[in-house]
Design a protein around this ligand. Structure first.
Ligand SMILES: *Cc1c(COP(=O)(O)O)cnc(C)c1O
Length: 422
């Protein structure tokens, strides 16, 4: 498609956009009495209006039924989480029994490492990407120290090449082969939070397995954003948060994927609790743990319903629209934003470059040379909500559910003024 940097062209794309009606389904913050242009759905997704009803329902059931709500609520609480498995499985390319929701992301990664990081003899090393998301770095370091190793030795980072802003798949594979039979686990952020790169999860997973390692993915920035086929790629495990592209609210419950080959096992290393126990026998309060036959075997506590309800609300939208349409729009709107950035850069000799490689989701990371911070401040003042990552990167993530093509055009005009006026 031949893009144009005009309002009329952008409006025409909005007109043809089947998802345009979903914009009204979200609450938008306002700046100067105008809805903001929201580019930070990769950090905290906007609130769907329908979420209120899902949360109110739980509050009402709690008020009216109290403890009886566990079994007699509109959506009984004791197995509330089961309602999320099917729609969530479609989002991440899994079987419903391979996914569940529980805890929060970093907590889940720790719990999953209990099962999937089992150092033995000389096989104790973990491969991750350099400059992983800080929480992942702390998580990995503390895990290897917990097992008696030194992070400097046990954690092997994949580096970018000098002068490049992205990781090369061949470098990841080479490192996996080099570490070889010392490699216990590969655990990488499937979509890098900083440069927006999508890793070749299928190829890397298979390479990890070839040398006898387990392979897991942190999908915080990938879930609800890109095409995932966790089951077909034979991924061992994965976890993601619900509050970024999945719009389920700040700090709310995280999703996990456990490959079906690990389901129904009693002897797998795992930290266990009563909500992972066979639900038909849960309230018999028996001493011996009988795992749920699905990913719920990893559940510990009874479900934080008020945190799960917004996720169910959000998933009902993913279910209505389907990943295919979301991905189609994601590709088109991100390409349009990229075109706008290039056009503005040419027009005003903008001193910036897009560092996101072509393997990407909806996020574009823009490296600002020169007066970056002032451009950022100008954008925020004009109601363009972007985010800033040191030393001088702005991340822009249009979200198929609620971003419009006209906003991309509008943003271009504001950016042009920002560059000319700072
Ligand atoms: C957002 C994000 C997190 C956040 O972890 P929480 O436990 O939800 O606070 C962790 N890792 C990555 C890669 C992220 O992008």
């Amino acid at each position: 498609m031949q893009f144009k940097n005009t309002r009329a062209f952008a409006q025409q794309l909005d007109h043809q956009d089947e998802l345009s009606k979903y914009k009204d389904e979200f609450h938008f913050p306002k700046v100067n009495n105008k809805k903001v242009i929201y580019f930070t759905g990769n950090s905290l997704g906007l609130q769907p209006k329908r979420t209120q009803n899902y949360v109110s329902e739980v509050m009402n059931d709690w008020a009216n039924l109290a403890v009886e709500g566990h079994f007699y609520a509109e959506k009984p609480w004791w197995d509330y989480q089961e309602r999320l498995a099917k729609p969530l499985a479609k989002v991440v390319g899994a079987k419903p029994e391979e996914v569940t929701v529980m805890n929060t992301l970093t907590v889940n990664l720790h719990l999953l490492m209990v099962s999937f990081y089992q150092p033995e003899g000389k096989r104790y090393k973990i491969i991750c990407e350099e400059k992983a998301f800080p929480s992942d770095q702390y998580m990995l370091s503390s895990q290897v120290r917990f097992h008696g190793f030194e992070p400097d030795n046990a954690l092997v980072e994949i580096k970018k090449r000098d002068g490049e802003h992205f990781w090369r798949t061949e470098d990841v594979i080479e490192k996996i082969n080099e570490v070889g039979d010392e490699l216990a686990l590969v655990l990488i952020g499937g979509l890098n939070y900083y440069n927006g790169q999508v890793f070749d999860m299928k190829t890397i997973t298979s390479a990890g397995h070839k040398v006898g390692a387990k392979v897991g993915w942190d999908l915080a920035h990938a879930a609800g954003n890109i095409a995932l086929q966790l089951h077909d790629w034979d991924v061992d495990f994965a976890a993601w948060c619900s509050y970024k592209y999945m719009n389920a609210g700040p700090g709310h419950v995280s999703g996990i994927f456990i490959n079906e080959k690990y389901l129904g096992q009693k002897n797998i290393p795992r930290f266990e609790g009563w909500w992972g126990h066979d639900k038909n026998r849960r309230f018999l309060m028996e001493p011996e743990f009988e795992p749920m036959p699905n990913a719920e075997a990893w559940q510990l506590s009874n479900i934080p319903i008020l945190s799960v309800a917004p996720y169910l609300a959000s998933l009902s939208m993913f279910e209505e629209v389907g990943m295919e349409k979301l991905l189609q729009k994601q590709k088109l709107i991100t390409s349009y934003l990229e075109f706008i950035l290039h056009t503005i850069s040419d027009e005003v000799k903008g001193d910036f470059e897009i560092i996101t490689p072509k393997e990407r989701g909806s996020q574009l990371s823009v490296l600002l040379h020169g007066e970056g911070r002032e451009v950022f401040d100008y954008l925020m003042k004009e109601g363009v909500i972007v985010d800033w990552r040191e030393p001088n990167v702005i991340r822009l993530a249009p979200v198929p559910f609620y971003s419009t093509f006209e906003e991309m055009f509008e943003f271009g005009q504001i950016l042009k003024n920002a560059i000319q006026n700072t």
